[in-house]
Design a protein around this ligand. Structure first.
Ligand code: NAD
Length: 469
């Protein structure tokens, strides 16, 4: 058996990239039907291997099976079906109107595939965040190389099997590996790079992309607030926040990172939060660790990072209102709610990406808005309120990738909406038509039909010199 060395991987990357480069040129003229065939094949593989997918993702960090079904498998199959249904209308040349000086011409936007694409995926939704962008790449007519996260090896091995059994490597290929492999791939002149991960690595990706002027979509993270207005339905809001925060054990890019609650309802809301944790994860009162519906932290390094965040907050005076228990052998971190926070605590500065939920208070909306606007723009912003004017005001006066009123996380599942961040939380959009656009070049096409246009008088010799235009 051939040993896998970095040299072998490099030459396989070189070879695959060349194959995909050639294929990407052919793809420009392939009928759209071919893209649908690829998407149908992907859909069929997922349907036929449902239980293998569940087992692989569960093996990596005990993600509960129902969460795998909804947040990994359903999300991808729904994206595929949506693309198959709409691809014909997405690729249609988009006519634009002809202004007077252009009389005699016609113009339209032609959506051509950008060409070769690279998809770099994170570990937290390792199936969905590798394949969702792939659906958009295929729908747009691009070839793709996927680099899954090294932190979820069972899922990566499954994705490799999926890719090998479904696609020719000239169309879709996958390279497993650590940062070195990502760097080898990033050195290639891809036409588009679609990256999902942290803002810190996003900057590295954008720098590498700049070397080849590859376009980028950066799906990043950050601190997404959930604002609880004084008149909110507290029980309803608590249930939604608890689910949005603790699904996938808090390792969700759009999880509410922290809560801002109106100071008059703080104690009542805390009680509701506690009762919702118990209802969802500890109805037998034997501890959340016994719940089958609660995932684990992906590895010991991230567990330690979270423990340090908690220790730093407690050292600086935070109060542990709920939870805090950690079982290092199991990578278990109990749902944890903190109060009495201050800005110098790390937990209020960096993205938590785990089951620690800080709760701070605000006096009026102005203060809440001001607080959010002082921080980098979040990926998502949640407002719970019965007052539509308050909701509108917060959405209007803050900037975030997405915004949801009276719910959490749900916008990720709405294929008709663009999904993504803004500045620190991301650049570019994904999902449905917006994912298709990310992998397409909107080529401006102008057709001169009669040869004589109103622009002719603009040619030299310039008869209009000195006249009013
Ligand atoms: P990460 O940035 O550490 O890694 C993501 C990918 O980049 C992995 O495949 C990894 O191998 C690769 N990578 C890491 N360092 C690299 C380097 N120096 N050069 C090249 N490639 C490198 O992110 P993660 O820990 O896997 O995921 C967590 C982050 O992702 C969080 O910030 C979260 O908010 C964000 N996220 C965003 C979305 C979104 O849709 N916006 C979704 C999920 C996760």
């Amino acid at each position: 058996m051939e040993t896998i060395t970095l040299e072998n991987i490099q030459s396989e990357i070189d070879h695959t990239f060349l194959l995909q480069k050639k294929q990407s040129i052919q793809n420009r003229t392939q009928p759209v039907q071919e893209r649908k065939v690829l998407l149908e094949k992907l859909l069929a593989w997922i349907k036929n291997n449902h239980s293998d997918i569940q087992k692989a993702i569960h093996a990596d960090f005990k993600k509960p099976y129902p969460e795998i079904d909804v947040s990994e498998i359903f999300v991808v199959t729904s994206e595929i079906k949506h693309a198959i249904k709409h691809i014909d209308s997405w690729v249609k040349p988009q006519k634009v109107s002809t202004p007077m000086p252009m009389l005699g011409t016609k113009s339209y936007i032609h959506h051509e595939p950008k060409g070769t694409s690279l998809i770099i995926a994170p570990w937290n939704y390792p199936f969905n965040l590798a394949l969702g962008p792939l659906v958009s790449a295929i729908a747009a007519g691009c070839t793709a190389i996927i680099k899954p996260s090294e932190l979820t090896p069972h899922n990566s091995a499954l994705l490799r099997r999926l890719v090998e059994e479904t696609f020719d490597k000239s169309q879709v290929a996958l390279f497993e590996g650590e940062i070195e492999v990502a760097q080898m791939l990033l050195a290639k002149p891809f036409d588009h790079i679609f990256f999902t991960g942290s803002p810190a690595v996003g900057k590295i990706i954008m720098k590498a992309a700049a070397e080849n002027l590859s376009s980028v979509t950066l799906e990043l993270g950050g601190k997404s607030p959930a604002i609880i207005d004084a008149n909110a339905d507290l029980k309803d809001a608590a249930g939604k926040v608890i689910w949005g925060k603790f699904v996938n054990c808090g390792q969700t890019c759009i999880a509410p990172d922290y809560i801002m609650v109106h100071h008059t309802i703080k104690d009542e809301f805390l009680k509701e939060l506690k009762s919702q944790i118990e209802k969802m994860y500890d109805s037998s009162r034997k501890g959340v660790e016994k719940s089958k519906d609660y995932a684990r932290i992906v590895n010991g390094k991230h567990l330690k990072r979270l423990k340090n965040l908690l220790a730093d907050a407690e050292l600086k005076g935070a109060n542990k209102f709920y939870g805090g228990y950690v079982n290092e052998e199991e990578n278990f971190f109990e749902p944890t709610i903190l109060t009495d926070l201050s800005e110098e605590m790390e937990v209020m500065q960096e993205e938590i990406f785990g089951p620690i939920l800080p709760l701070i208070t605000f006096g009026d909306l102005e203060e809440a808005i001001h607080y959010i606007n002082l921080k980098p723009k979040p990926l998502a912003l949640y407002v719970f309120s019965k007052d539509n004017d308050n909701i509108k005001r917060i959405f209007k006066e803050t900037s975030s990738g997405g915004a949801v009123a009276n719910d959490c996380v749900l916008h990720f599942l709405q294929n008709e909406l663009p999904f993504g961040g803004v500045n620190n939380s991301g650049i570019g959009k994904a999902h449905g038509h917006y994912g298709f656009l990310a992998f397409s070049n909107e080529k401006a096409v102008l057709h001169q039909r009669i040869g004589l246009t109103a622009t002719k008088p603009l040619y030299p010799p310039y008869g209009f010199a000195g006249k009013k235009i």
